[in-house]
Ligand binder design. Structure first.
Ligand code: AMP
Ligand code: FES
Ligand code: ZN
Ligand code: ZN
Length: 310
């Protein structure tokens, strides 16, 4: 029987990458301590910060919310929650309900933003772009930035974990996307109307986030988004886990090699951001991607209505 390295009681988890067995209580402490260290290492938060936590209802962001809630006094930060209702039928309603139940349980002030307020849902964007996921990504980036800034937050924290981060590194590497490779950072400072963005789970393997919510008995959305089926990121993650099984610790090694040795060598001059002519939010062109998407969806909805009338 494996025993906890700290208290010698029966172990609840075995972390191969650290050659470590821990009981439930000591795993929870270990998990939260790693997040605290990550926050300090990458200067993610300052004392007195107002931190908006983006909670989708999935295991990662639920784990992040509870870990930050346990750490909030030590970090001396104020937390608030932000959840976007993307209007995906049979999925978004349940995600939002889970997030709201957690905010209320932890007494964290929050805001739920419904994309219907903007006149569309992610379901209605099907067919406008390669996949609804890419449109959904534009919507999430835009609304999380805008609303958390309006809520008075200085920092936006998301639940991207080690596996998520490395899957994007691989994807960007395969495409030779130097711009993305240069921008992929655990902590991005505020710039030109963009709020500071941090990923406190960047050193946390996805499996550990799952263990944390399971051991703490936290409700989370188990189902994947219906549009995620077949996403290449799932294949990249499976590949990375095959490597990790054979060589425990290789994922963390890859992260460190990328951040410490490879990324500093990538030079990419990002042009300064402009202001969107329609909505006044930061944009890389004269009209931001979100407003362009709105325009496209209005045209599509109008066409559909005409078709129904004819
Ligand atoms: P994803 O892009 O779905 O992999 O999610 C990455 C992170 O973005 C999550 O861990 C959350 O922090 C945040 N996020 C994703 N979807 C939402 C949502 N609907 N509302 C709020 N935050 C979200
Ligand atoms: Fe956005 Fe799946 S969560 S398309
Ligand atoms: Zn123990
Ligand atoms: Zn705009």
């Amino acid at each position: 029987m494996a025993v906890c390295r700290v208290c010698r009681q029966r172990a609840a988890v075995r972390l191969k990458y650290a050659n470590l067995a821990l009981c439930k209580q000591h795993f929870i402490e270990y998990f939260e301590r790693r997040i605290f260290r990550t926050i300090k290492k990458y200067n993610m938060m300052r004392e007195g910060d107002r931190v908006a936590v983006a909670v989708s209802g999935g295991k990662d962001s639920v784990a992040l919310l509870y870990a930050l809630s346990s750490l909030r006094e030590k970090l001396k930060v104020e937390l608030m929650g932000i959840t976007i209702d993307l209007g995906i039928k049979g999925y978004s309603e349940r995600c939002v309900q889970i997030a709201v139940r957690h905010y209320e349980h932890l007494s964290i002030p929050y805001e739920v933003v419904d994309v219907r307020e903007y006149g569309f849902t992610v379901d209605e964007l099907k067919g406008l772009r390669r996949s609804p996921c890419s449109a959904c990504g534009v919507i999430k980036r835009y609304l999380l930035n805008k609303v958390s800034r309006e809520m008075g937050a200085r920092v936006l924290a998301t639940g991207h974990n080690l596996d998520d981060f490395l899957a994007v590194v691989l994807q960007a590497y395969i495409r030779g996307d130097l711009r993305l490779l240069s921008k992929l950072k655990p902590s991005l400072p505020p710039i030109d109307g963009l709020i500071a963005k941090v990923k406190p789970l960047v050193e946390t393997p996805e499996k550990d986030a799952l263990l944390y919510v399971l051991l703490r008995g936290l409700e989370y959305m188990e189902e994947e988004c219906p549009y995620a089926v077949g996403a290449t990121s799932i294949e990249y993650k499976a590949l990375l886990n095959q490597l990790e099984d054979k060589h425990p610790g290789i994922k963390l090694q890859m992260l460190r090699a990328f951040l410490d040795r490879i990324q500093p060598l990538i030079t990419y001059e990002e042009p300064p951001l402009a202001i969107c002519e329609k909505c006044g939010e930061p944009s890389s062109g004269s009209i931001c991607q979100f407003c362009r998407l709105l325009e496209l969806s209005r045209t599509k909805l109008a066409k559909n209505r005409c078709r129904k009338l004819n």
